[in-house]
Design a binder for this molecule. Sequence first.
Ligand SMILES: [Zn+2]
Length: 209
Amino acid sequence: MSMRIGYGWDSHAFKPGVPLVIGGLKIEHHSGLAGHSDGDVLLHCITDALLGAVSAGDIGTFFPPSDPRWKNADSSIFLKTALEEVATAGYRIVNIDTVLILMAPKIVPIAGDIRAHVAELLQIKPGDVGIKAKTPEGLAQENTAVAHCTVLLESIEAEADLETMVAVAELDDSTQTEMDSVVKSLVGDKPLGTGLERKLPVFDTDDIT
Ligand SMILES: [Zn+2]
């Protein structure tokens, strides 16, 4: 199996009278984020993390700010393009994790909504999206929103290969009998090691405070 990791970072300044959009959601606030597009700092950094994971450049490569087509653009368009690049490279998302750094508004009460919306845009489960928020203590950047993101991808072929192996093994019962006798000759009749059967405790990913 092949896995890849990606990292993204973005920042935008707050501007009074502009709609605030984070993670594709319109958020009630007196200021929004200034930018050539809708200024969605979270979707921009996720887009960069996805493109970086498959070495496909960055958001500016695909959507230069000098291009008038992207004036006030919905940033989900950028994300969609990054998803296409990931799929073209033969990968899919395992999970993403993000950090938002901004003084206001408070993100905790709306983190669940942002997570659900980002998961929908990425076509993954909300439990595979981490949304965390910090205030910029000691950074003197009260008028700025910053976002960081990491993504983990896995190759699509890996699962297809595994399914083929399972299908072949199921087709031929004698193969299974042969494998059983080989295993027996190696470990006797003892059950195989307990490590693999051990279940990890379930982590409640809905609890994001
Ligand atoms: Zn941006």
